[in-house]
Design a protein around this ligand. Structure first.
Ligand code: UD1
Length: 343
């Protein structure tokens, strides 16, 4: 079987780490990305880690012609890992049409192209956001999908449904991976998260505050029903997450999937509060963080962490890296950015 794997959004945060894992296992990743939220210089850094610069084409998935043209030029693609999507919750509330267009139209064109070119394996980047605030924790894949609180979240739900329906009526075989909170950076410190502008997510905000790019970390809410009053999340190292994509793809390649469309939670199974995350960061970095409590952020769920039994059993995958390692790698990356690694 061919070793070519298309990675949409492969120059982005999780995509770039997955490209490294694919290369390490002898695959030939082909990247398409519109660079709307990533940087082409990431490709050079990938090459510094792996010794191979992956093929890259700047293509927007909503450019149907450009996409079809790509597939007619690149034959023998064994499978697709689909990351390319917009992902900022607040922005999606402000610009719903842009979010639905980008995330849904892009997926539909991709599925059409897959059908046309007889490519039948898809790993999809989904999110624990589909569970909303689950009634039972840790949350299993059987928990009901809840009404999304943002257009972003809704695009993940709709995308799962589209993939599901399509897999029932075609040769499509798909795995949706529901990520909890991906953080950290590659152990080399050469690739990591590159937020555009002011970060929304906790860990880049922490590291940017520590390095002096931001004045103060605002901790959203101190009166949640949790031991220290702050929200609880299941943080997972991006390299562990990347590894799971490779395993999921190989499951489809080997025909080991039990249904046309499967879903797996990807987390560590451990929940940590915002204050625990700050403490872990301060411990591993030796930097005292400037932070203060603020009001709750609209749309935040109180606590969510994964039951990972299904991924452990069926994929034979388990997250290995703990919170300290996640924080240390995120900090190493932030320091490398400050030292001009992209210049
Ligand atoms: C968010 C999205 C989720 C999406 C993910 C990836 C929401 C409700 N969820 O996850 O759907 O898949 O991003 O983009 O937005 N926090 C602070 N101060 C900050 C930033 C965050 O206190 O400056 C807190 C939050 O309140 C939360 C925790 O840190 O309790 C994690 O926040 P974040 O990193 O933004 O991730 P989620 O909100 O869990």
């Amino acid at each position: 079987m061919t070793k070519k794997v298309l990675v949409t959004g492969g120059s982005g945060y999780i995509g770039s780490h997955t490209v490294i894992e694919l290369q390490k296992s002898g695959y030939e990743p082909l990247i398409i990305d519109n660079l709307s939220n990533s940087d082409e210089r990431m490709l050079g850094l990938i090459a510094r880690i792996s010794g191979q610069k992956p093929l890259f084409e700047r293509i927007d998935l909503c450019d149907r012609k450009g996409l079809m043209d790509f597939f007619s030029r690149h034959r023998d693609i064994a499978g697709i890992i689909h990351f390319a999507a917009l992902k900022a919750v607040g922005e999606s509330v402000a610009e719903p049409v842009r979010y639905y267009h980008n995330n849904i139209t892009g997926l539909l064109y991709l599925l059409e192209a897959m059908q046309e070119h007889d490519i039948n394996r898809l790993v999809f980047s989904s999110s624990c956001t589909v569970y909303g605030q689950p009634e039972q924790l840790p949350v299993t894949e059987d928990a009901p999908v809840q009404q999304a609180v943002s257009p972003y979240g809704n695009t993940k739900q709709i995308a799962e449904e589209i993939i599901h329906d399509s897999s029932q009526q075609s040769k499509l075989r798909a795995i949706s991976l529901r990520y909890f909170n991906p953080i950290g950076a590659h152990e080399s410190g050469l690739i990591g998260e590159l937020p555009l502008g002011v970060p929304n997510n906790l860990i880049p905000y922490i590291t940017q505050t520590a390095i002096g790019k931001r004045k103060e970390l605002r901790v959203w809410g101190k009166d949640y029903n949790t031991p220290d009053g702050t929200c609880i999340r299941d943080y997972i190292h991006v390299s562990d997450l990347a590894q799971a994509h490779l395993i999921a793809l190989e499951r489809l390649m080997k025909g080991e999937n039990e249904k046309p469309h499967e879903y797996f939670n990807l987390g560590t199974g451990e929940g940590y509060s915002v204050l625990e995350a700050i403490q872990a960061f301060e411990k591993v970095s030796g930097v005292k963080l400037n932070w203060a409590f603020y009001d709750r952020r609209p749309g935040d769920v109180e606590k969510v962490y994964a039951d990972t039994t299904l991924a452990n059993l069926k994929l034979g995958w388990k997250a290995e890296k703990g919170l300290d390692e996640m924080m240390a790698s995120a900090w190493k990356w932030e320091k490398n950015l400050a030292a001009g690694i992209l210049d």
